[in-house]
Design a protein around this ligand. Sequence first.
Ligand code: BGC
Length: 761
Amino acid sequence: MLSATLLAACSANDGRQAIPTDKAVEAQVEQVLKGMTLEEKAGQLVQLNISVLEDDTREAIDPAKLDKIIGQYKVGSILNVMHDAAHSREQTAAMVRQIQEKSMEAIGIPCIYGLDMIHGATYLTDGSFYPQEVNLAATFNREYPRLMGRAMAYETRAAQVPWVFSPVMDLGRDPRWPRIWESFGEDPYLQAEMAREETLAIQGSDPNHIGLENAAVSIKHFMGYGVPVSGKDRTPAIIAENDLREKFFAPFLECFRAGALTAMVNSASINGIPTHANAILLSGWVKEQLGWDGMLVTDWADIDNLFQRDHVAADKHEAVAMGINAGIDMIMDPYDPECCNVIVDLVKDGRISQARLDDAVRRVLRLKVRLGLFENPLWDKEYPEFASEQFGRESYAAAVESEVLLKNEDNILPLKGTERILVTGPNANSLRALNGGWSYRWQGAADEFAPQYNTILEALEARFPGKVRFEPGVSYLPGDDWQAEDASGLGKAVAAARGADVIVACVGENSYCETPGNMDDLNLSANQKALVKGLAATGKPIVLILNEGRPRLIGDIEPLAKAVVDVMLPSNYGGDALAALLAGDENFSGKLPFTYSKHINALHTYDYKVSEHRETMEGSYNYDAVMDVQWPFGFGLSYTSFAYSKLKVSQADFKAGDVLKVSVDVTNTGTRAGKEAVLLYSSDLVASLIPDVKRLRGFEKVSIEPGQTVTVNFELPASRLAFVGADGRWRLEKGDFRLSCGGQSAMLSCTETHIWDTPNI
Ligand code: BGC
């Protein structure tokens, strides 16, 4: 249980409502609600997987099943793709049309269809894909989540679907967890900024009236999902209460306040409480404290997990009552329409009150009204920008800005163009690996669906005609086991290296998603390490390309490479982007949005406590101490160089209500134009809880010509320097702070302690 102190500290309302109430919306909701039977209400609270409607071909809807699910059970929402794979915009629209027409005829209430559009319209075969969120975070450029969100919403609407299960904002603070690539890195501020931009781009600026080029978001997974103690997906997390409020809630809060209409709940548990049964978080923090009138949907079968997996409920009835009474509004069941009857039973025997039932139904109806589904259950509109070249250009530009140059000894990059290049490694010729999961299929299947895009190999062959030879050395085996490899070509690759001038070794991971992505060793696979070691023995210079969803440990092979680039999951244009970067046609500007760890027993985040560091044995709190990591958060090289000077802060003393104006000069001291992500950090030098060594408080991406100096300005509300104390309250404490940016630093003092009496600031 969350402690009584924390609960007490957080019971107040925030004083500002997350989504403004719209009288016309509310009137329409009431109008619909008052005509509904108990069975119809129960149906609105259930969401089923499309497989319950598929016929034997799995490519079409079975009319008898439609009669049963929509006609008889009156189910209010359907999700996912037929036959577990993406379909074209036309096929998807035709399928939704069939369901929607039935829903209007049988219930008179529109069905809401939802899809996992994760990095663009990633469940449409002809949709536009952008780099995964972890890549967008590496751009440190707010423009990219905006562009991706807009295209995602536009193309999803074009397929008659009004709801996306995006953006993902689980903090990627444990590299063992298989889903860190789905969100924007390890830092709460970066995550919150990028997720808010994506939310606004998907929904538009008026959450009460979502237009036909926008969609509803489902921000997920609320919350604390990304730090399971075991490192394995959907397993328990233990999170300090102050961290939960200060860090894990931060991106959700930002998105709720930006008008996010729905949120999906964390499948696992925090401090022993399955999140789906956590009334304090679901009803308390979100609905009461934020005055949020949106809709909470479960994740996949997570009500069943309350009794089948977590054993906090004895049976389905108890689990459904527990979830709905904790604050769940819609149950993603996903295969069992009988859930509707369970809800009916529970209302009849009083285990779910009429008031809670009506509140949940209102929230579902409000979403449908806000989306305009009653007026336009289907819409007749042209979408001329669907899969446009412009969306492709944006995806390419995002990929260029997201690939991170981590090492470039002797300026081996850019390549001169005269070298004989050996391209090798299991990731060299794989679109599946470039895209990762949630790409055409849940586990990723880009080679099957999108052969028109270039793999790394194809892009290098196009950029360096006649210069490229390919020997994979190690290959991924087709099939379900993404970790299965064939290393029988290793000898051939090493032999080919002898005839090359430079080796581009593309290693990393094959695609995966969720629980199947669990693994037991964060080290890069033994086969791939053996390949790199074998190649290095030839004495030929290695450019190591990391194409992976999480930072796999490479401490022993990194010294064997002259250059290292982490492309993460840059999607369909990622190969072209890499070829252009390696050739020097484009310049690198990505920076790591996570800490790249070096040792298995030292998996840290950049905002560690100095006492975690081995050099603090003398007892001094050394804010300049550096963890022994492979590469720190925020690290990334360029083909040019930047010098920072003149860090200025508008005032030396401050109080909680002040807004500090901070500026710093950044000069391009090299010979090429470049973009620089300017990162502003703070350190709290003395605090009542052990302070983090530093925290990111601002970032801006700027383009700078050679020889040019740009002044970068930040407006930093002093409240952003506050932390959540032991009593669960936000506090800014009197004392010294240090701001730092690009090696520059400035000291300043808070002159008065301030403790907020609202749960959020
Ligand atoms: C995932 C969610 C996803 C849902 C619906 C779950 O297994 O955890 O992220 O939105 O399935 O497909």
